[in-house]
Design a protein around this ligand. Structure first.
Ligand code: UD1
Ligand code: UDP
Length: 377
């Protein structure tokens, strides 16, 4: 057996961990590869629950999260932390995911060490550098640094081609989030005691918010629309696992803390969360990943943002961009709560993001890349 080399996988936040877990599993099952897992822990609790669920034990943990950390400190912390590990481990390839500050700074560290980077979930774009902020720039810059681009869809591939990325460096693999989701959603899932106050016979609106460009008045508008909706519809309950960012948390507690039929929960482990998505009526969110997961479960999604880098589900009609203005959110949600035809039109299960085999494809390409490199050296 030829030893193909060492792959270092770096991630730091909840969504990256969910989407990289199937890739790590697949890499670890390849006997001809060494796999080193590095977490920056840009998120602490929200990351750890995903590591536990998927049984990932990191080889390195930079433990970078600080209360109300800013972008400068995350970027420099990741850059310097990864530098030392690269010097020690000397990997043949570094894999990063998506668009967080961990992603960009880890790719930059690998570039400085002249180690090739593979970018998982490459090529998503809004073409608006401040929306989402700083993610649009993080993923664009990571794309410039990367050698291998694992695009989830044809649209993402087209985006990369339009930036003059060489076509032979791009592979359309599907999104690994579907691999994770399919392994996690169970039709007979039993919800635990943290859901005891929720009446599952009511229509559940699953809500999440955290985007930096929505902080302040926009987030106020979103929360006010939720209040309007529960006041208008007695059979509607809002289930809102609140992100740990204190800026989001404090506002959510202030505005929604004591409202009837609005349940503010701690961030949920991925297993209950994914299964909650499977039984809810619809999703209201500014998250990226939920726009990929909910369509494959047949749940309409109202996206609480002005731009999206995930146009595939919008085109297919299961995701609608509604922005952050209170009245617009209220109107669009009301339509789905009152107009069955409109609801049925949106609630169709589609799967533009993959078939659950993206990580297998990615690891196959990684192995071929390393094999060719051995031949060339
Ligand atoms: C970050 C990513 C964003 C991604 C999101 C997923 C950046 C700039 N932003 O968002 O792209 O969509 O993660 O959730 O990379 N905190 C905790 N415990 C945790 C996590 C966060 O206490 O487990 C608190 C800390 O006070 C921390 C704050 O939340 O300072 C914000 O964390 P940060 O990494 O900046 O997250 P976001 O920008 O919200
Ligand atoms: N998620 C979770 N628990 C929660 C909320 C979300 O496990 O309480 C999952 C969700 O299913 C998705 C990912 O976290 O896979 C999305 O994370 P987030 O919204 O923080 O980031 P984004 O997708 O916007 O980058």
């Amino acid at each position: 057996m030829i030893h193909l080399g060492k792959v270092m996988v770096v991630f730091g936040t909840r969504p990256e961990a969910i989407k990289m877990a199937p890739v790590v599993k697949e890499l670890k099952s390849s006997e001809d590869l060494d796999t080193v897992v590095v977490v920056t822990a840009q998120h602490r609790e929200m990351l750890d629950q995903v590591l536990n669920l998927f049984g990932i034990r990191p080889d390195y943990d930079l433990d970078l999260m600080r209360e109300k950390q800013d972008l400068y400190s995350i970027t420099s912390g990741v850059l310097n932390g990864i530098k030392d590990i690269l010097e020690k481990e000397k990997p043949d390839l570094v894999l990063v995911h998506g668009d967080t500050t961990t992603t960009f700074a880890a790719a930059l560290a690998a570039f400085y060490a002249k180690i090739p980077v593979g970018h998982v979930e490459a090529g998503l774009r809004t073409r608006n550098k401040y929306s989402p902020f700083p993610e649009e720039m993080n993923r664009t810059l990571t794309g410039r640094l990367a050698e291998l681009h694992f695009a989830p869809t044809d649209t993402a591939r087209e985006n990369l081609l339009s930036e003059s990325t060489a076509s032979f460096k791009i592979w359309v693999t599907g999104n690994t989030v579907i691999d994770a989701l399919l392994a996690t959603v169970k039709p007979d899932y039993k919800f635990g005691s943290e859901f005891k106050d929720i009446n599952f016979n009511n229509r559940l609106l699953l809500v999440t918010t955290h985007r930096r460009e929505n902080w302040g008045d926009k987030m106020r508008g979103i929360y006010q629309a939720l209040i309007d909706l529960v006041e208008e519809f007695p059979d509607v309950e809002v289930v809102f696992p609140v992100h740990m960012n204190p800026i989001v948390r404090n506002l959510a507690m202030d505005m929604l803390g004591n409202k009837k039929r609005i349940h503010l929960l701690e961030p949920l482990d991925y297993e209950p969360f994914a299964n909650l998505m499977n039984v809810c009526y619809m999703v209201l969110t500014d998250s990226g990943g939920l726009q990929e997961e909910a369509p494959s479960l047949g749940k309409p999604v109202l996206v609480l943002r002005d731009t999206t880098e995930r146009p595939e589900a919008v085109k297919a009609g299961t995701v609608k961009l509604v922005g952050t203005v209170r009245d617009n959110i209220y109107r669009e949600a009301k339509l789905l709560l009152t107009d069955k035809m409109e609801y049925d039109r949106m609630a169709k299960a589609i799967n533009p993001y993959g078939d659950g085999r993206a990580s297998k494809r990615i690891v196959k390409i990684v192995r071929e890349f390393l094999y060719v490199r051995i031949g060339a050296s």
